[in-house]
Design a protein around this ligand. Structure first.
Ligand code: AMP
Length: 112
């Protein structure tokens, strides 16, 4: 069971900022920006590479949820970045699909 599944099931605590039946969002414990939220589908899809067509609506919901949280936290006008890390070279460390919502400072491009 991944660490995010444990947060979903309340086995371990998370700093939860948003939750529905399908999606949960909580603050990253090792933030890379002043605002760093992880937006996570509750369905245990390991990574975007393992998602299928039947997950299309759910993944759309995750992205729109990230935008809604950005608005609620007041970083929609200054801007933000959504990131999905996939696999070893992508820097994935938790095998449960999640979108990073990063903002609150100017982010450089390209990422390292
Ligand atoms: P990734 O490297 O894309 O798989 O992102 C995983 C993220 O999860 C990292 O930014 C970690 O800091 C974060 N993380 C790991 N454990 C926890 C936790 N218990 N609560 C919140 N964030 C976590």
């Amino acid at each position: 069971m991944s660490v995010f599944a444990k947060i979903i099931s309340r086995e371990i605590p998370g700093d939860i900022v948003y939750e529905t039946d399908e999606v949960i969002a909580f603050r990253d414990t090792n933030p890379k920006a002043p605002t760093h939220i992880l937006v996570v589908p509750k369905k245990p899809i390991a990574r975007i590479n393992d998602a299928s067509a039947e997950d299309a609506r759910l993944i759309g919901t995750v992205l729109l949820t990230a935008a809604e949280i950005a608005r609620k936290l007041g970083i929609d006008r200054s801007g933000y970045r959504l990131v999905i890390n996939n696999g070893r070279d992508g820097g994935e460390s938790v095998p449960h699909l999640h979108v990073h919502l990063l903002g609150g400072r100017a982010l450089s491009w390209p990422p390292g």
